[in-house]
Every structure is written in structure tokens, then in C-alpha cells.
Design a binder for this molecule. Structure first.
Ligand code: HEC
Length: 291
């Protein structure tokens, strides 16, 4: 990254913090308990804060902080690391060992060696375990970015996703297990549970839903499902951390008040299969920015 671009990133990160602080304030001011999605008035378009954020995102995505994590991921990918002192360069993300171009938009997919449908993060963790000798239990101890700590898989997924920038989403449905993953993902999406009897669909199954200032994408529709892809992995302005879709879904399980699934679990791969297949055919713009 050029130093000019780097400076732009730093400057814009400052801007992001201000914006995030404002968001946090406006959210803190809103009642915390009633996180029940409401249908916005027919005439109202996006919330004012969403519109403001869209403006920031347009500017920021030209010099996105996500690029820093992409660069870090590229380094990690090539380094000999772990108990086996190996790099990830032989990791097969579905298009052959070491093939990164387009791999992300063709995930989740079925992998015969693991006899499972895996999403990008799960597959990368699988490679870290099989090729480098890391222990999955260790990686699962603190899998999400927190404070100044960004777990290696987060940077690695960002790097891999960057290699599919500008490509069409094409999650396969050829293998029987891929079709099964979609079906189970769809069931999970619509399954109501927890103290409020919410499902993912309660918040993401209809057009025009909103919680407080946040517009909720309709992930069950072809048009809305792109929100599960676009900008992920992403630099989240609220909190200033880089996160993957694993984190996003995990946090939504938490919002749904149901137990959070295990890190890189089949449940998450199934849900991601549902979301990705719904978004098939649309263009992936690469790692980005989230509010
Ligand atoms: C109580 C409401 C609620 C429930 C239930 C819920 N979510 Fe969310 N979801 C949200 C909110 C709020 C956001 C953040 C929107 C934002 O940042 O603008 C979000 C964001 C997302 C995003 C990212 C969208 C984007 O534009 O980047 C995905 C994907 C997602 N949710 C999937 C799910 C899935 C899958 C489930 C079920 C396991 C679920 N959500 C359950 C409220 C919910």
C-alpha cells in the first residue's frame, strides 16, 4: 500500500471513530430492551443515520482499513508457521491446492477430504490444523477481534476474500451435501427459538425492517441476500475492528437470544450456504466497511 493511501486510511479511520462514536451515542440513547424489528413507514426510506453512513462508506472504501488486514493475511498465508512449520500455500480452498483467485465466491462448498460443506473461515482453520498443526480448540478460544487483538483467521479470510474482488458469487449446489446444507441453513434461518421466539427471519425475512436506526436486509430475498456477502469480511466502524461473517452471524444468534453456535461449526457453514446461494449471480466487491 502506498504511503499516501496509508495516510488516507489513518485519516479516514479517525473519521470513522467520530462517526462510530456518534452512532454509539444515538444507539445508547435508544431504549435497549425493545430490539424488535419494526416495519418502517411506507414513505420513509433509509434511516438518516444509514444514509450518512452510506456516504462515509463510499469515501472509505477507496482506501479501506480492511486492506491492512488483507496485507497481514497475505503475510500469514506465506509464512512457515505452527508446530509443523509449514505455510498455507498448499491449502485447497476448493479450486485446487494454492488456488486463491475466485475461491471465496465459490464457498461454502463440499470438501471430500473433510466430508463436509465448509465456508471460507472453516476451511482456512481446517488448513491451519492439517497443514500447520495448530489446534482447533486453541483457535476457538478467542476467535473474534477484540481490543487490539485480531485473530489470524480474520486476517487470512480477509486476504482470501480479496482474491475474489469483482467476481460473481457462485456457491455450488452440485453435491448432495451442498444441497442439504442449503436446506438445513434455510431451516435454521426460519427456526423460531429463545425467550422472544425470534428466528433470523423475524429480523431479516421481510423488506423494509428496521431496529432503531438500523435497516435490516431481507436475507431471504435474492436482492437482499447480497448484504451477507458485500463488505464482509469488514472493518466495523462501531468498535473499529475487523470482523468476518462468522462473527456477524454469531452476534446475530446472540441478538436472537439463543445459544451461540461453536466457532467454525457446521451450523454456521449451513447458514452461510443458504445466504450465499441466495446471493448467487451478484458481484462481490471485496472486503469492505461496516457501520
Ligand atoms: C433481533 C433482530 C435480529 C435477529 C433475530 C437476527 N439479526 Fe442479523 N442483524 C441484526 C442487526 C441489528 C444487524 C446489523 C445491521 C447493521 O449493522 O446495519 C444484523 C446484521 C446481519 C447481517 C449483516 C448484514 C449486513 O448488511 O452486513 C447478517 C448476514 C445477519 N444479520 C444474519 C442473521 C442471521 C443468519 C440470523 C439468525 C441466526 C440473524 N441475523 C438474526 C438483527 C438481527
Amino acid at each position: 500500500m502506498s504511503s499516501i493511501k496509508l495516510r488516507a486510511v489513518v485519516a479516514l479511520s479517525g473519521l470513522a471513530l467520530v462517526c462510530a462514536a456518534q452512532l454509539a451515542r444515538s444507539e445508547a440513547a435508544a431504549p435497549r430492551k425493545a430490539a424488535v424489528p419494526a416495519k418502517k413507514a411506507a414513505a420513509a426510506s433509509k434511516s438518516a443515520i444509514s444514509a450518512e453512513f452510506e456516504k462515509f462508506r463510499d469515501i472509505m472504501e477507496d482506501a479501506s482499513p480492511a486492506e491492512l488486514f488483507e496485507a497481514k493475511g497475505a503475510e500469514l498465508w506465506k509464512q512457515k508457521r505452527g508446530p509443523k512449520n509449514a505455510s498455507l500455500e498448499q491449502c485447497d480452498l476448493g479450486l485446487g491446492p494454492g488456488v486463491l483467485k475466485g475461491a471465496y465466491v465459490h464457498l461454502p462448498r463440499y470438501f471430500a477430504d473433510a466430508d463436509a460443506v465448509m465456508d471460507a473461515e472453516r476451511r482456512i482453520v481446517y488448513c491451519m490444523v492439517t497443514l500447520q498443526g495448530f489446534k482447533e480448540a486453541d483457535l476457538a478460544k478467542q476467535p473474534f477481534s477484540k481490543g487490539s487483538h485480531t485473530p489470524d483467521p480474520v486476517s487470512l479470510v480477509t486476504y482470501v476474500a480479496g482474491q475474489s474482488r469483482g467476481m460473481k458469487i457462485a456457491a455450488p449446489q452440485k453435491h448432495a451435501k451442498e444441497r442439504e446444507a442449503y436446506k438445513i441453513g434455510e431451516e435454521i434461518f426460519n427456526y423460531r427459538a429463545g425467550p422472544w421466539d425470534f428466528s433470523c427471519a423475524t429480523c431479516h425475512g421481510d423488506d423494509g425492517l428496521r431496529i432503531r436506526t438500523q435497516d435490516l436486509p431481507n436475507l431471504s430475498s435474492k436482492k437482499g441476500a447480497i448484504a451477507a456477502f458485500q463488505g464482509w469480511p469488514g472493518y466495523r466502524m462501531t468498535g473499529g475492528l475487523q470482523h468476518t461473517l462468522q462473527w456477524r452471524l454469531n452476534d446475530c444468534f446472540r441478538q436472537q437470544r439463543v445459544p451461540e453456535p461453536g466457532y467454525v461449526s457446521q451450523t454456521l457453514s449451513d447458514l452461510m450456504t443458504y445466504l450465499a446461494v441466495n446471493a448467487n449471480g451478484q458481484l462481490y466487491k471485496g472486503p469492505g466497511i461496516k457501520r
